[in-house]
Design a protein around this ligand. Sequence first.
Ligand SMILES: Cc1ncc(COP(=O)(O)O)c(C=O)c1O
Length: 340
Amino acid sequence: MENSDWKNLPFGYYKTDYNIRCYYKNGKWSDLEVSSSEHLNIHIAATVLHYGQEAFEGMKAYRCRDGKIRLFRWEENARRLIFSAEGIKMAPLPMELFREAIFRTVALNKKYVPPYGSGATLYIRPVLFGSGADLGVKPSSEYTFIVFVTPVGPYFKGGITPVDTMICRNVDRAAPLGTGIYKVGGNYAASLRAQMTAKEGGYSTVIFLDAREKKYIDECGPANFFGIKDNTYITPKSESILNSITNMSLIALADRMGMKTERRKIPVEELSTFEEAGACGTAAVISPIRKIFDPGENITYEYCKDGKPGKATMMLYNKLTGIQNGDEPDEFGWMTEVEE
Ligand SMILES: Cc1ncc(COP(=O)(O)O)c(C=O)c1O
């Protein structure tokens, strides 16, 4: 993939050369299988198709300043996939098999890892699903694990840009004791109605409130929320949100940079007290929030009044992307080299 226009690649699917598959049958995982096909042969009665028995991960490989390819905190993605698998009663994938599968898929497709400085990355998508044939509602006895990669352009083409968001009061993505803490496909299907309403209103994403009381901030589309005030990084504690690896990294960095950090319930009214607000996740690292419109109360909360992200947001963003790109020392040991 030479002379590619890496900077203008969308966040979308782009064919690469190889993917990896692995199968769980009779209580055992198979060896990894390398494939160059973009298709899978699935049984018509597979539990994934009928009962949504599926979990996935999203992570990135970076071409660093020194020319090496590195992954960011892959162990956390491996652990989260095990947690998600257990949450919907799938056979969990051993950490070591996960590691081998993702590192091999990246190495096999190394020509698609965008160059250092382009802002583009190689997105890695591990997926685990129930592939055994069954009709009753019960966990499958067979599972398939696949990993594919696809190069993605920088999330913000013209540099980090604040986004407008909208609070959603008429759709819940997950129930309090449901599956919101797992990275399972059903949560994303459940969020689409709200996402489309936000898009139609000209908002880039939606802010979900806690499903029980509709009083507290939950998540910001497929990302965690944070607010900043009085030198403090504040992020929601909730029983229905995904534990974002980007968020846990920002908390560690904020702490290292001398900020206070709090993970607690954030009442909607508190939005008026934040100096800065943002959404964080693997795709954009941080999307600074310019506006939050609450149609229920007909209030708009505004941040970045001069149109630019706030100081603390930018410091955190630069520090984390600096570590990922190899421009900053990897003080926490978050990056692992991919042998090419
Ligand atoms: C619902 C949801 N919340 C939060 C995140 C952010 O998590 P991470 O930082 O691990 O990408 C994601 C994306 O993976 C997500 O889908």
